[in-house]
Design a protein around this ligand. Structure first.
Ligand code: F6R
Length: 240
């Protein structure tokens, strides 16, 4: 795992946006794996800025998101569908039918997981997968103790994840209890993985990750099985 330490959140966002931009420019039909949450917002802002400056086009990009909450309509203010519209898709020239997210309101969730995994295999795997890290070490919504050999599946969110994500909702009770997530196995199929970590809240997870011990109770440790992973951590996430 390569480790890049940058000064702060802005520098982390610039570095990540640079890697995404490069990947898009180098390929005719790039496939990018995307994350949501607070961490990549600055990266998306910079990508939108590059697009507006005429430096980048998303016309031929296909995107796969890691996860979606179960029970939230795509238009719901806190769904990841809506997040992606607000932070990237509605601001750039990506055709809507080239953006993929799991459907959190599918009637048959098991079939939806299968559909998404198949699509990932057909169109993907991502040339570049962006990841954040949970304070508990989750990647996507692969929570501690989950099967690290799984494809896209339904998960019950850990109490710690619901608590951490309550800051994005009105209250803890509003945070969904379940989600669909790409599995660790699906994530590891990506050609390159970039893991972002910013702020002192992530310092413990970064410290544990860098111990390098494979540990099913710390899903991010599975990233050591992949030959091309870069952790971009800011000073607070690295030194706190
Ligand atoms: C989001 C995702 C999660 C987040 C993680 C960190 O699509 O899959 O793994 O990356 O929960 O979230 P933030 O960035 O909000 O701290």
């Amino acid at each position: 795992m390569d480790v890049v330490i940058v000064k702060n959140y802005i520098e982390m966002s610039k570095y990540a946006a640079g890697l995404v931009g490069e990947c898009i420019k180098e390929r005719d039909q790039p496939v990018i794996g995307l994350a949501t949450g607070g961490t990549p917002i600055g990266m998306y802002q910079l990508l939108v800025r590059q697009y507006r400056a005429g430096l980048l086009s998303f016309k031929h990009v296909r995107t796969f998101n890691l996860d979606e909450y179960i029970g939230l309509e795509p238009a719901h203010a806190k769904s990841y569908h809506r997040y992606m519209q607000e932070h990237l898709f509605s601001h750039v020239d990506i055709p809507p039918d080239q953006t993929f997210l799991p459907d959190g309101i599918a009637h048959n969730l098991r079939m939806e997981c299968r559909r998404y995994e198949k699509l990932l295999k057909k169109i993907g795997p991502p040339d570049l997968q962006i990841l954040g890290i949970g304070e508990n070490g989750h990647i996507g919504f692969n929570e501690p103790g989950s099967d690290l050999d799984s494809g896209t599946h339904v998960v019950r969110l850990a109490a710690s994840t619901r608590k951490a994500n309550a800051r994005y909702f009105q209250s803890l009770e509003n945070v969904p209890t379940h989600a669909i997530t790409m599995g660790v196995k699906s994530i590891l199929r990506s050609k390159k993985i970039v893991l972002l970590a910013s702020g002192d809240r992530k310092a413990e997870a970064v410290r544990r990750l860098l111990e390098g011990n494979p540990d099913p109770d710390f899903p991010a440790s599975a990233l050591y099985q992949h030959p091309n992973v870069t952790l971009i951590a800011d000073e607070k996430a690295f030194y706190s």
